[in-house]
Design a protein around this ligand. Sequence first.
Ligand code: VG1
Ligand code: CO
Length: 543
Amino acid sequence: MVTNRVPTTPFSDQRPGTSGLRKKVTVFQQPRYVENFIQAVFDTVEGTRGATLVIGGDGRFFNETVIQTALKMAAANGFSRILVGQNGLLSTPAASCIIRKYKAVGGLVLSASHNPGGPDGDFGVKFNMAHGGPAPETFTEAVFKRASGISEYKIIEASDVDLGRLGETRLGDATVQVIDSVEDYAELMETLIDFDRVSRLFRSGFRMRFDALSAVTGPYAKAILEGRLGASAGTVVNGEPKPDFGGHHPDPNPVHAHDLIDLMHGPDAPDFGAASDGDGDRNMIVAPGLFVTPSDSLAILTAHAHLAPGYSRGLAGVARSMPTSRAADRVAAKLGIKAYETPTGWKFFANLLDAGLITLCGEESAGTGSDHIREKDGLWAVLLWLNILAALEKPADQIVRDHWAAFGRDYYSRHDYEDLETKAANDLMDNLRGKLSKLPGQQFAGLTVAGCDDFSYTDPVDGSVTPRQGVRILFEEDARAVFRLSGTGTSGATLRVYMERFEPDPNRHSLPTAEVLAPVVAAANAIAEISHYTGLEAPTVIT
Ligand code: VG1
Ligand code: CO
């Protein structure tokens, strides 16, 4: 077998963001672009020789092309065993599960997650470590440095591997094993969730809809919900992964999953609704007539997780990303467990999980997970909800309302200003950071600033410090506004403004979110001078 060392020259833009390297498909299609990045990753991984590597993706356009390249490069770089999902498919949580189960040195996950797909859409490459979680910043920075000085990559000459057929094939000195994408994941779920109880729930006539948005979760949801748990056929919609996600924007939020939202608010709403994103790590939960914010969902799961077999011994602690509402903290306080606040991005949860400090964690962007893997896990969250619904024998909306009655309600909304000019977005943040010291005590839209800072995270496990993770402004009225720039976009810049307000009074738990948050929105706009810097009078997406 011939191993070629192919000369190359670096690209200057291969720095991974919040979750891997994410660019337009057309950028990835440039000759040597994929090869350079993958070689930089392999050069950075310690101990590739003789090791096992996992490869899979969310099935978006360009997935299979990159997988074939990655396989031949992995063989050339000394990996001895490569596990790849059938048809090139692996959801991000399944990849994490498989890396851990088969003690791989890591895995390549090909996905741009919730970003649109297709020839004009986005593509992405993420690397997960031996613990199954996203590479930490020390690793991604090393990859970037390596990619910036790369001069050759290694690839073997071989024909493409048949990804449709399960089983082993030789590729150079390596063995490629095409594995069932769903099996290992489903097995893991069975150890955590009371499948018998959830089956009984479905047999009793409980109806649900799971919208896979034509992305990777379809096969997983069909096999588990309709297959193992006996939900009626047709429970899973848009269940075939498509290279362009059937035109869907695979971001499970009320804007992009509006079909599900409409159904759940209509007269024929089933008992429970859920959706997941491109690579299957996010989840959206909808009760009849009521969208459950991801922040509330994390809090509710924290309060009731002990009802599921995997968590019957209680939780060690809980963590949330900084912009996620403080609802989970309230539950943690009542349970007497510790609540941690991390920067945005799943990679920051890994140390806490590895050290056993937390059991559950989540983000406002619809990511929820536990110590069963090192990624957020969309379908797992849905299954845990089902377990809780079956155990409490209460309608989903009632569970949410009871939660608010017990803990108070954190009204929550995120405003995104997309496709801004990078300079305008940076100027806005610079201006905001520059005025922080003068804000405390000032009033905006009737709210008084109690305190503010630029979030800096000190990892409690390894002591590493990650500064400048977003500006937070706390108001005396128990409200909060957070500002940060997205690290997953592929064109221009996106400003995210996260707003919340706590309402303890049960008589005020059924108000429209926009009404309750109006003063916070006005204050946030005034403080950050959003219209001035963005030229926009309103956000492009409100979730
Ligand atoms: C977004 C979300 C963040 C999430 C990240 C990856 O990042 O805000 O919470 O971890 O996407 O999610 P940003 O930097 O654009 O705000 V996914 O589903 O790509 O794996
Ligand atoms: Co995702």
